[in-house]
Structures are given as C-alpha cells and as structure tokens.
Design a protein around this ligand. Structure first.
Ligand code: IMP
Ligand code: MG
Length: 182
C-alpha cells in the first residue's frame, strides 16, 4: 500500500496530514498571541529537544509578540539505584529567574517529562510557566501540570513524524503517522 512507512519492525500509516497540522498550529498560536500580546515582559519560548524542533519553528513564525526562543533537552539515563530512569534538564543557560516561560513539547503522554521540566524550572524561581504541546494524550496523562495549549488531542497510539521519532527515525516526515496493528 502507498504512504506506509516502515521503520525496523513496525509499519506506520498516515494519521494527520501536514495541512491539518498547520491549521492546528495556527489555532494554538492564536490562543498564545491573545494571552501574551499585552505582556510587559518578553516571554521565553522554551522548546524541549529533540521532538519539538519542527513544531516550534512553525509555531514561532505565527507568534505576533516579541519573544525569546531557546531549547533544553531532557537527558535520561538508567541510574544504578532502584529509582530507575534519571532525567536531567540540560541546556538552561543564563538566569531565567522571574521569566514568563512557555514550554513547547512535541507530545505529552504520561506527563512524567513535563512534570520534571516544570519542577526544574520552578526551582529557578521563574515568573510563570505555561505548557504548549503539539500532541496531547489525555487518556494517558497522569500529571498535575495544566496543559495550557494542546494543539491536537490524540488517543493512546504510538505516533511518529513532524518531529516525533521511533528509535530516532521518522522525525523528518511532514505528516504524522500512527503505528499499524498486527
Ligand atoms: P511522557 O513523559 O510519558 O509524557 O512522554 C513524553 C515523551 O515520550 C515525549 O517527549 C516523547 O519523547 C515520548 N513519546 C510519548 N509518546 C510518544 C509517541 O506516541 N511517539 C513518539 N514519542 C512518544
Ligand atoms: Mg519529547
């Protein structure tokens, strides 16, 4: 069949095309613009790498207020302790104390990553935090952070494309694909 993407052992089929993604990005940008257009401070748009790179570059072009753009990365590695995976937020440089921050994520699933990112930022005494994500899986979400700007809500399927990867593959795809059953 056409339009199927095979990566390793998995096959993916198209789910959300580039035009629908663009419309969703426009809608979420309009919401952010409405909330920040009268901002006296210059907000910091903080993308979480790697997954957010494509979404953030399209989103930033649609923002109509002055802002700064920067990126952080959640490095995860298996610890030797029983606490399992350790996550560390790397790439924060310069003081972010007092700043109004808009976190930009590719996807919020269980919420573990976004919880960790928000908690780390709060320890730096930021002024405010809002969360923007391209994709949101409400049925999987167990976090307490408010997801202020979800662009697209999806089910509990595994997705790739438009920044999202399977084993580092598929990020370059302009559309979003979902894993096929079987
Ligand atoms: P969470 O911590 O469970 O919310 O998961 C967030 C991270 O898991 C994302 O930033 C992605 O890196 C990865 N992830 C979760 N769901 C998917 C998916 O459907 N496709 C690709 N990566 C995903
Ligand atoms: Mg991510």
């Amino acid at each position: 069949m056409d339009n199927l993407v095979k990566i390793h052992d998995l096959t993916f089929r198209p789910l959300i095309d580039a035009k629908s993604i663009d419309e969703a990005v426009t809608r979420v940008a309009e919401k952010i613009n409405a909330q920040y257009s009268d901002s006296t401070q210059i907000p910091l748009i903080l993308g979480v790498l790697n997954g957010s790179f494509m979404f953030l570059s399209d989103l930033a072009r649609k923002l109509t207020f002055r802002c700064e753009v920067s990126f952080v990365k959640l490095a995860s590695y298996e610890g030797c302790s029983s606490t399992g995976t350790i996550r560390e937020l790397i790439g924060l440089n310069g003081s972010i104390e007092g700043r109004d921050i808009i976190i930009v994520e590719d996807i919020v699933d269980s919420g573990r990553s976004i919880t960790h990112t928000c908690e780390t930022l709060r320890r730096h005494n930021v002024g405010s935090i809002r969360v923007c994500t391209l994709l949101f899986k409400p049925a999987a979400y167990k976090g307490v952070e408010v997801i202020d700007y979800p662009a697209i809500e999806v089910g509990n399927e595994f997705l790739i494309g438009y920044g999202l990867d399977y084993d580092q593959h598929g990020r370059e795809l302009a559309d979003i694909f979902v894993v096929c059953d079987e």
